[in-house]
Design a binder for this molecule. Sequence first.
Ligand code: GDP
Length: 231
Amino acid sequence: MRREHTAVNPTAESPDFSPAEIDVGRRLFAGEWSFLGPAGAVDRLPPLNGIEIAFAGRSNVGKSSLINALTGRRALARTSNTAGRTQELLFFGNPRHRLTLVDMPGYGYAVAGKEKVAGWARLIRGYLQTRVNLARVYVLVDSRHELKSGDEDMLDVLSQAAVSHQIVLTKCDQISEATLARCGDIIKAAIAKRPAAFPDLIATSAHTGAGIERLRAAIARLVEERGPLVS
Ligand code: GDP
């Protein structure tokens, strides 16, 4: 069943964003985002520049759709039902500032061979260990499915690399608010033991736009903490 959520927030005790912060988030994501290029290996990463925010998640979790919703572009990140189609990090930029969004290759694709999985792990580990301008990785989890083993592996890699990360629930239009709240509590309990994991979740739907402004504001807050972005 499809539901509209206007005020999805499974983390009622988390500090919310003021209208001013929502506005800063909106302005940060306004303007023309474009694809800067891919990197399929650590030695192909673009030079460090400004701040990076990366998005990780299982194939088909709704990562491309979320990046498109954040940037207001219908087809910036390729949305496709062909799971596991890419093994590259994809970089997106905006000429108005030096915030870069990074689409990390999806994981958990059952058909991927051992070699591909090893290549994926090498790329992800190398990226996380060397990217000093990476402010946070958002780990996307389908709100209907809770954490799967691939998600746990990703969270382990992020913890080992001591990279700040936060879980974003996707496709929240597909479940009731009560189920969403229950799922949120289960995931929060699962990540409570992880010091690099931000304890609150952000629930989103790329289809209805729920949570998108909060996520933009959350990213804007991170960016502000890191100092001026405009070169
Ligand atoms: P990716 O593989 O993680 O990049 O996932 P995509 O963005 O390509 O989305 C995978 C599938 O989930 C597509 O059929 C999307 O239309 C669908 N999807 C993505 N976001 C949402 C959402 O917020 N709500 C619903 N109901 N479906 C979504």
